[in-house]
Write a protein that binds this ligand. Structure first.
Ligand code: MV4
Length: 451
């Protein structure tokens, strides 16, 4: 096992990784920007290195700074967390070329899944159900028309280098295709420096359901069920639950087995998330994320597994510490994301936390790097904490969430906490009756009347 690892991240996820490492008796190195000298992840790690000025591009996104910190502290591995360099194949390769272990999948697997066309091709070949669409990049209008006629309207043009909702265009009929095709290519070139696009059948009202998988790179792979992630605004999830309120045990076993078998075949190593759209009882693969995700704690909660510990173990060459048969889904978990944002417009709200009180009790977990008197810098993502609750069923989890939100105090800045109080009053949330469009519609009609 490693004696020392470096954490190339900040905030709650950096803290999450320090905690896992501590319990494994592994020393930790934090890196930080000058804006984060007083950050909790720096205090909690055994050592820290300042790697640059506040802008991420000069600090948390700087391979040179991170590799230097690794060299001078003698860390043997780097955990990238989520965001920043976590899905940067070039960075993973640089780490490897320096003789350091990247705690994550291989460069090749990161690369394949970063190319949305290759990702789909790969998954389709491995037997994972995909959204009907073009098998490769569409480079002429003529080809676009041919594919469109085959799959029918409405359709969606997506960027090969996209993902997370960037660079998509809905086309409702043939007369919109020429304009849409040119626009999609143009926007894609500007956003990603790559104008390759592909076409998919547009699903009008799906849910976003993702399957957590885990591989050890030795040919063993398991699934840890699904997470329901449909409640999102502008492609930012704000409320996630496991299991999905609409998936049966049989469906879970089926899609889970398909995903685990695909990952075993690839010899995938580490944590991964296979994203699906779910509509009319069918799963359609859209993308795969090759990192630990923000919402991983709900999966940890219902399966009783430490996913970050497992990431470190398999990166060190150990086999998976559990098998599929060891995994039993227990109860229901919900996560809400606490952002430093001012409602109703979700404007960033950095500043000093004058008072912080975390809720507690049975079935309550807070993953946060906040503390009394901490000043949230304006340079980074607005996520400041995650509240995760566990109940023996969905209803019990919702009641516990309401109780925990009542206990939670974050003073001095604006947060998304009032949004969750309001959301929990909604019959559709109580019943689990929502799709990917529910939250934005609700905010549009309702949120401007609160606050
Ligand atoms: C789609 C879709 C409908 N049909 N693909 C948006 C983010 C990216 N990961 C994929 N996205 C979508 N792909 C087809 N063929 C609708 C979306 C979509 C969406 C997906 C998941 C969660 C929220 C979403 C919000 C708007 C659109």
């Amino acid at each position: 096992m490693f004696q020392k690892i470096l954490i190339a991240n900040r905030g709650e996820i950096a803290l999450r990784i320090v905690r896992a490492a501590k319990e494994m008796d592994i020393a930790t190195v934090a890196v930080h920007s000058t804006a984060d000298s007083d950050a909790m992840h720096v205090r909690m790690a055994d050592e820290s290195v300042c790697i640059g000025p506040p802008p991420s591009i000069s600090s948390y996104l700087s391979p040179v700074g991170i590799m230097s910190a690794c060299e001078i502290t003698g860390a043997e591995a780097i955990h990238p967390g989520y965001g920043f360099l976590s899905e940067n194949a070039l960075f993973a390769q640089v780490v490897k070329d320096h003789g350091i272990t990247f705690i994550g999948p291989t460069t090749e697997h990161i690369q394949i899944m970063g190319n949305k066309i290759e990702a789909k091709k790969t998954m389709k070949k491995l037997g994972v159900p995909c959204v009907p669409g073009s098998a490769s990049a569409i480079d002429t209008l003529e080809r676009a028309h041919k594919v469109a006629e085959m799959i029918g309207y409405p359709l969606l043009i997506k960027a090969k280098a996209g993902g997370g909702g960037r660079g998509m265009k809905v086309i409702s009929s043939a007369d919109e295709l020429e304009n849409g095709f040119r626009t999609a290519r143009g926007e894609s070139r500007i956003a990603f420096g790559d104008d390759d696009v592909y076409i998919e059948k547009y699903l009008n009202n799906p849910r976003h359901i993702e399957v957590q998988i885990f591989g050890d790179g030795l040919g063993n792979a398991v699934h840890l069920g699904e997470r329901e992630c449909s409640l999102q605004r502008r492609h930012q999830k704000i409320f996630e639950e496991a299991p999905s309120p609409v998936i049966t045990a049989e469906q879970r076993e089926n899609i889970g087995r398909i995903c685990a078998e695909a990952m075993a075949e690839m010899k995938y190593i580490g944590a991964g998330t296979i994203e699906f759209l779910y509509q009319s009882g069918e799963f359609y693969f859209i993308e795969m994320n090759t990192r630990i995700q923000v919402e991983h704690p709900i999966t940890e909660t219902v399966y009783g597994i430490d996913l970050v510990r497992e990431q470190i173990r398999v990166a060190a060459g150990l086999p998976l510490s559990f098998s599929q048969d060891d995994l039993t889904l227990k109860g229901h978990a919900i996560e809400v994301r606490i952002n430093a944002e001012k409602l109703p417009n979700f404007d960033p709200s950095p500043g000093r936390i004058s008072q912080f009180h975390a809720p507690g009790g049975l079935g309550v977990r807070i993953d946060s790097a906040l503390y009394d008197g901490y000043t949230i810098p304006p340079h980074y993502d607005s996520l400041i904490g995650k509240l995760i609750v566990h109940g023996e069923n969905r209803h019990a989890a919702l009641i516990r969430l309401s109780r925990a939100l009542d206990e939670l105090v974050i003073d001095g800045i604006n947060t998304t906490i009032p949004l969750f109080h309001s959301l929990l009053e909604e019959p559709d949330i109580e019943s689990g009756n929502y799709s990917i469009h529910w939250l934005e519609n609700w905010i549009e009609s309702k949120l401007r009347h609160i606050q």
